[in-house]
Design a protein around this ligand. Sequence first.
Ligand code: NDP
Length: 318
Amino acid sequence: MTTKPALLVTMAGWDETPWAESFAELLPDHRIVTTQDKIDPAQVHYAATWKHAPGSLKAYPNLKVIFSLGAGVDHVFLDKDLPPVPVVRVVDNDLTTRMSEWVVLHVLMHHRQQRMYDWQQHERLWDEDRFQPAARDIRVGVMGLGVLGEDAAKKLKVIGYDVAGWSRTRKHLDGIQSFAGNEEFDAFLARTDILVALMPLTPETKGILNRDLFTKLSHDGYFGAPILLNAGRGGLQNEADIVACLDDATLLAVTLDVFETEPLPQDSPLWHHARVTITPHNAAISDPEAVATYIANQIEAFEDGEPLQNVVDPKRQY
Ligand code: NDP
């Protein structure tokens, strides 16, 4: 039997085979196995996971690193029996750029009232009098000013929006006001007409997008009520509150890419709500080739004695 160190590909909901094939090409000096393969557990040094079965990774006594196959790691920390090894997440320029495309698209769509023009077109209605405020008069608040939030905020700034961000720690970005920590959260919300949530799902952020937060958003902007975009995680949002707040005008409109339950259940009232735009959790899909290359490069560098990149803090869980 070979003694090559093994990388275990373990995922739920995705097909493991194409990932294993990519890794096999990239890491010829390693054995690549899936959960279907028989292997001596001591041989597994690395795990590449998307929603692995909780408790399953503790079977590998020589596991050195857990690689999340996505930017988010909430799926990893669902496992309460996680071996005490570093957890590395994906940071990839392609993914970051795709997310910013989604954010810019949906901020512009709401700002320029495109859904209304779609309706006018459908009705063969020529009404050019609808007022269009300038981007500089729209206050966009990016909640979570990390890798994705920073890139999106900078691109929104280029278009001319009045952009601010909120994060745990203070940021210093040209022309973008930084609000930090719980003490500055309400001030951030009060100046926000369009809220873009790009937060990780952690014990601290679970359910944060709720009525209490929506009430604190600006209600004196051009549209009279705030707009919400969420592409972080569905667990951040309370969907019953979103529907109720749309119905009583606490919120004007929402675009959601992520949901409490995915796929979004057929009987969800979000599907047919006139002021809800839905995308199916594909705001920024991981490109398997890019992600596999990123992980393979990290394994090779790690074995050369270099430090791992983008290691998650297990206490903060992001
Ligand atoms: P980062 O870890 O780089 O950024 C997270 C940001 O959230 C940081 O600015 C962090 O603050 C802030 N934050 C976290 N917890 C708190 C808190 N309790 N209070 C205040 N600020 C907080 O993550 P990314 O930008 O790379 O990704 C964000 C999320 O996007 C992922 O976790 C994932 O869930 C989601 N995602 C969604 C995709 C999709 O297709 N819909 C695709 C990829 C990712 P600080 O900087 O101070 O640490």
